[in-house]
Write a protein that binds this ligand. Sequence first.
Ligand SMILES: Cc1cc2nc3c(=O)[nH]c(=O)nc-3n(C[C@H](O)[C@H](O)[C@H](O)COP(=O)(O)O)c2cc1C
Length: 255
Amino acid sequence: MLDIGRDFLKDNIRRQVDFSQTEQSRGIAEPPWQKPCAAGDKKIALAQPKDWKNIPELSLEKAIARRRSHRKFTNDALSLDELSFLLWATQGLRPTASTGKNFRTVPSAGCRHALETYVAVFRVTELEKAIYRYLPLDHALVEAASPPGLQGHLAEATFGQRFCGDGAATFVWTAIPARMEWRYAEASYKVIALDAGHACQNLYLACGNIGAGACAVAAYDQERMDALLGVDGSDEFTIYLAAAGKVQGLPKEVE
Ligand SMILES: Cc1cc2nc3c(=O)[nH]c(=O)nc-3n(C[C@H](O)[C@H](O)[C@H](O)COP(=O)(O)O)c2cc1C
């Protein structure tokens, strides 16, 4: 067992994959860059970077110095502009000179971006309490689920980590491995996990701009989390979470 785990962290798999036989090499159309919406899904537009209000500037040096895990949150809500900023920071599209490109604010192996972002919203102005899915290509949200008792469900699905239901919103990243497998076949899995780290790190740093904090969470009940999001657990499944919300003043040593 340990060997399987350790091998996952290595890159020996790359020598074993026949890259001439990947779906991409065989001319198969690539999976969509963003999970399609269902008929009748209502898109909720988010604020664009040029339009959002009250997102103070913060030097990168300060953002890095402030970064720490927060598990205690105030009762303050995030504004929709603040949530827009956090979603943009974690998966937003990066403008490029050429159209039709899928470059984002975070790097991704082969630019395959196999992650989907869900946000369990508890306190965000203008949004009902529910789980939403972020659409990076539209910079918009769609509602994914609205189970009663959402905060409690989140705590239960993270083995009783109550802070996962205490913040203003909890981010949940799923993987759609087919997007990465199209190019990298069995060499896809480690890089998907690495990509999730980039998204979460940007969330930590962006929280610093808006008096918020985050805590990464990798301990969760796979089946419960997938059921909560309404994903099938096979072609799409949860891989990482982070609770986020406003926090009390920063420790003295930071400023
Ligand atoms: C991959 C990963 C998984 C984590 N999972 C959890 C978790 O399930 N629960 C939790 O309370 N903290 C979790 N954390 C937060 C760590 O405990 C935290 O980063 C660590 O204690 C160092 O503290 P700092 O982030 O303030 O530097 C996780 C962090 C990472 C990077």
